[in-house]
Ligand binder design. Structure first.
Ligand code: SAM
Length: 243
């Protein structure tokens, strides 16, 4: 898997502040995902796979409130992982967190099947559709049948005015936060529009093709959308679908 984009120290340090501007509902998002996981996971113990665990938002939101949960976090950015490690140390939960520097392919082969998994704000950094599909398939392969999965990603059809309108909404978040218009224009041209947008139907198709079922869109803010679903059984995994 290509890892051309990675967070440097400064980006990692300002990540959470900027995420809250880019996605004003950033904090609420993690609360919603926690509610979903709590409802879907049977029993108190749960092993949770977090793809893109750098920054530590998933671990620091879900960890303290769910003392029986253990976490395996994967991230390609060493700088973002350092922040996640620091947060877990501060929260006294490092004994139930395993952080792995790399991609999902670096998970131990004989690892457990997870009770829940998330991939929040990661998929749009992978340009190639086949690589996106491979990531989702690998996540599915590491999950128990029926386990809940949450995907959050930028989405949209680059040719549609709908995405242009949502881009203007996103621009308004930054302008209102005090960024000069020229800086916001630069962020649009050299930053946000360089990430990989897929139309939502295509994202849902990738989830289905990877074996996920009960796919429900639960979240939209600005440029980003979120889907909740279940890991289906292994039957019918090769259903044809347009990617
Ligand atoms: C925008 S941050 C999101 C972090 C966290 N999930 C959150 O929502 O606050 C994206 C993270 O995904 C990581 N990342 C990008 N591609 C990845 C991949 N293929 N596998 C694992 N992590 C990846 C980046 O290094 C970065 O830490």
């Amino acid at each position: 898997m290509k890892d051309k984009f990675t967070y440097n120290t400064e980006m990692a340090q300002t990540y959470e502040t900027n995420a809250r501007i880019s996605i004003p509902t950033y904090d609420a998002l993690f609360g919603m995902v926690q509610s979903y996981f709590r409802t879907e996971i049977s029993g108190e113990d749960a092993s949770v796979l977090v793809i893109g665990a750098g920054g530590g938002k998933e671990l620091s939101t879900w960890g303290p409130a769910n003392p029986e949960w253990t976490f395996t976090g994967v991230d390609i950015s060493e700088e973002m992982l350092k922040i996640a490690q620091h947060k877990t140390n501060q929260l006294g939960m490092s004994h139930r967190v395993n952080l792995i520097h790399g991609t999902i392919n670096d998970l131990p082969i004989a690892d457990e099947a997870f009770d829940a998994a998330s991939c929040i704000l990661v998929l749009h950094f992978i340009d190639n559709v086949q690589e996106k599909l491979e990531l989702l398939r690998s996540i599915h392969a590491h999950m128990k049948p029926g386990a809940p999965f949450v995907l959050v990603s930028a989405y949209g059809d680059r040719d549609a005015t709908e995405l242009k309108d949502r881009l203007n909404v996103w621009r308004s978040f930054w302008l209102d936060a005090g960024k000069p218009p020229a800086v916001v224009n630069e962020m649009v041209n050299t930053g946000i529009m360089k990430i990989s947008f897929l139309p939502e139907k295509q994202i849902e198709g990738l989830l289905r093709e990877s074996g996920f079922t009960h796919i429900t869109k639960f979240f939209v803010t600005g440029l980003f959308g979120g889907w909740m679903c279940h890991a289906g059984g292994t039957d019918g995994l090769d259903i044809e679908c347009d990617v």
